[in-house]
Design a protein around this ligand. Structure first.
Ligand code: GLU
Length: 468
């Protein structure tokens, strides 16, 4: 028996900027597919034309690309299962809607939005779960014809079977059971003719050959409805896994309201894509490996067995941690690009890779790199209060000794330090702290050993003179 290759998907509704909750869903699906050497597909769920904006689609494609999330099928990677934008799939949906109609499994509903809202209120007031009571389920052909004649624009509802149990094995939550009697007949086509979410989402998963759906647990109660639809259409039902939502530091699930946690905002703040990926891969998924991982390693260690049922909390300190780890790992070229034009222009050609290596462990954002580019190459030096205290304590003689030592060893840091040690009779912190303060104006920062050759003897000399 041949095993169907794993095919996963990310199916965002383009209603705003991608936030970290969405991205984690995308990442988990991408990693699951890659773990099995399968296919990751991107589908744009833009049937709700009012809410979807062209700009939002472009932005989400760009954000996913920036994160390095590669889809093998989707917009720009057309394959047999396309098109990959739901707004271009309406004729397909219509075909399957006709099929449900012919099977007697769909009926037009003329209830107005106001009637439905009032009904909902009433049910809630009675302490009941809101559920469509089937008002239009038994309209005769003649009644339907009459309503249409009167200009009624019906939606279409799926006829939910009575007294059945829909069960499925959730990849995260285990066995799930739902009584169909608790599920009202639901809308599969809206009055404006557009396919409704339940329908287009489930149908596309089946038509696109999706084998595994990892999505937020807010969708778990949709799943029995979608299974019923696919069963009725005799289409293959994917495996579902509903992952706990990501909470922000306000304990509320991340959503578009958390604008500061949009990928766009984090990117503009200077976070690196692999820092975001490393942070998100661990939100609700357990890795044995505690250190930085690239995509390949993240995929190798990914398993649905390691997905947690408990919601995970996201805060920026985690992201800062992974930012540091990523800066240690990233290639010099990537970091240099990330540092930006101003840094690039300030650092002499030929010294750029060395500059990156000198400062990468001491920065978090491009503006930090700019600070060190100014310190290393600037004409003037600002001296912090902490550095100035250190310098005062060391006294003028310290800098005079350093100038002497520099004269004899302008290009050899080790020899320079050895001579300064001898002359000043200082060693360890007592020597390096004032030296650092004189050269950089700071009490901490990158290793002097790395900065010294970048600054060059002229700049080192003028700084020591200034300190005197
Ligand atoms: N478009 C839906 C959403 O963004 C997709 C849900 C799903 O993954 O099935 O919530």
């Amino acid at each position: 028996m041949s095993v169907q290759p794993v095919k996963t998907r990310f199916a965002p509704s383009p209603t705003g900027l991608l936030h970290l909750g969405n991205v984690r869903t995308a990442l988990f699906n991408a990693l699951l597919a890659r773990h099995h050497g399968g296919i990751f597909l991107l589908r744009i769920e833009d049937t709700d034309l009012r809410r979807s904006q062209r700009g939002a689609i472009d932005a989400l494609i760009e954000d996913l690309g920036w994160l390095g999330m590669v889809w093998q099928e989707g917009p720009g990677k057309e394959a047999g299962a396309g098109p990959y934008r739901q707004s271009e799939r309406q004729s397909l949906y219509n075909r399957y809607i006709v099929q449900l109609n012919d099977q007697g499994l769909a009926y037009p509903c003329f209830c107005s939005a106001e009637e439905l809202a009032a009904l909902r209120q009433k049910q809630l007031a009675q302490g009941k779960a809101p559920r469509y009571p089937g008002t239009c389920a038994r309209l005769s052909e003649a009644e339907i014809a009459a309503r249409l004649q009167q200009g009624g624009e019906p939606s279409l509802r799926f006829r939910v079977p009575q007294s059945e149990t829909i069960a499925f094995d959730d990849l995260v939550r285990g066995r799930q059971r739902f009584a169909t009697d608790d599920i009202g007949d639901f809308i599969i086509r809206r009055a404006n003719g557009a396919a409704a979410f339940f329908f287009s989402n489930a149908l596309d998963d089946a038509l696109m050959g999706i084998t595994h759906v990892l999505r937020g647990e807010d969708h778990v109660s949709n799943t029995p409805r979608q299974i019923m639809l696919l069963n009725a259409l005799k289409l293959k039902v994917p495996r579902y896994g509903h992952i706990a939502l990501v909470l922000g530091d306000d304990s509320v699930p991340l959503s578009k309201r958390h604008g500061s946690h949009s990928v766009r905002a984090l990117r503009e703040r200077g976070y690196l894509p692999m820092a975001i990926n490393n942070a998100l891969a661990r939100l609700g998924h357990y890795y044995k490996e505690a250190g930085y991982m690239d995509f390949k390693q993240l995929a190798a260690g990914f398993s649905t067995n390691r997905l947690s049922r408990a919601s995970a909390r996201f805060d920026l300190t985690q992201l800062d941690h992974w930012q540091r780890e990523t800066l240690v790992q990233a290639g010099a070229d990537e970091i240099l690009r990330w540092m930006g034009r101003e840094v690039y222009d300030r650092v002499p050609e030929g010294a750029r890779a060395a500059f990156v290596d000198a400062v990468r462990a001491n920065i978090l954002f491009p503006q930090d790199a700019l600070v060190w580019a100014r310190i290393t190459y600037g004409a003037e030096l600002e001296i912090t209060a902490a550095a100035s205290t250190v310098l005062r304590k060391a006294g003028r003689d310290f800098c005079r000794h350093a100038l002497d030592a520099l004269l004899h060893n302008p290009h050899d840091y080790q020899a320079f330090v050895a001579e300064l040690q001898k002359k000043s009779s200082l060693r360890g912190k007592a020597l390096f702290a004032p030296l650092r303060a004189a050269l950089t104006g700071r009490a901490d920062g990158p290793e002097l050993k790395a900065l010294f050759p970048l600054m060059g003897p002229e700049r080192v000399r003028s700084r020591l003179e200034m300190s005197i």
